[in-house]
Design a protein around this ligand. Sequence first.
Ligand code: APR
Length: 237
Amino acid sequence: MKTYRRIVILTGAGISAESGLGTFRDKDGLWTKYDLRDVATPEGFARDPAFVHEFYNARRRGLLTAQPNAAHHALARLEAEHAGEVLIVTQNVDDLHERAGNRNLIHMHGELARIRCGICETVTEHRADIDLATICATCGRAGAMRPHVVWFGEMPLLMDEIHEALEACDLFVSIGTSGTVYPAAGFVAQVRRGRRALTVELNLDPSDGHSLFAERRYGNASEIVPAFVDEILRGEI
Ligand code: APR
């Protein structure tokens, strides 16, 4: 019976695909409909903030109807039942991990359900639309509110904590990500350098970094993640 002491799970848009939230690079993905330079860069926001607000307002509204799926629930069960530590590092800005019950969670790319003031940097929970008239609840100024998401060219959040957890983990699992965006795409290589942990990829298709994983399983997250979690909890992996 193998018991992992520290598990780190990286998730991407693929884990929320079956909850009706689009991925980015698949057929019909968000980046086939929008130019990411227009909606996911500080320059794009400076050029046309109203267009960017509408993009994130629409995604935030999508959260209201989306529900966690079997893959999210399986990871919540793992955190609740596993004797060792389980940390979820998600690239996703949706709140489906929290709504499934995960608590030990890092949103490295920010959260759709939070907004940030570009003047006083205060981050507040916010689920309604925002625009240029939205006033910061802390400094009282309008016109500088933005989605609390990390855009291309910006530094992801809590990177020191993430690197520390990757150094210490004995099981690293990557779920629903194409492995195209750094620094997340570089996590498996960091873990391999440590030679301590088993590395596992769970995805619909092989990711860009698939050959770096010791074990790979392909299929819909809602099917392969619960089966994988069962095996961990039974000590069979
Ligand atoms: N089950 C499992 N995996 C799936 C499913 C599913 N039902 N549907 C799609 N996938 C996989 C795809 O095979 C693909 O490898 O999910 C991955 C989604 O890849 P991307 O769309 O590139 O999303 P992600 O890897 O999360 O993007 C990383 O890029 O655009 C930025 O900031 C954004 O966080 C995002 C980052």
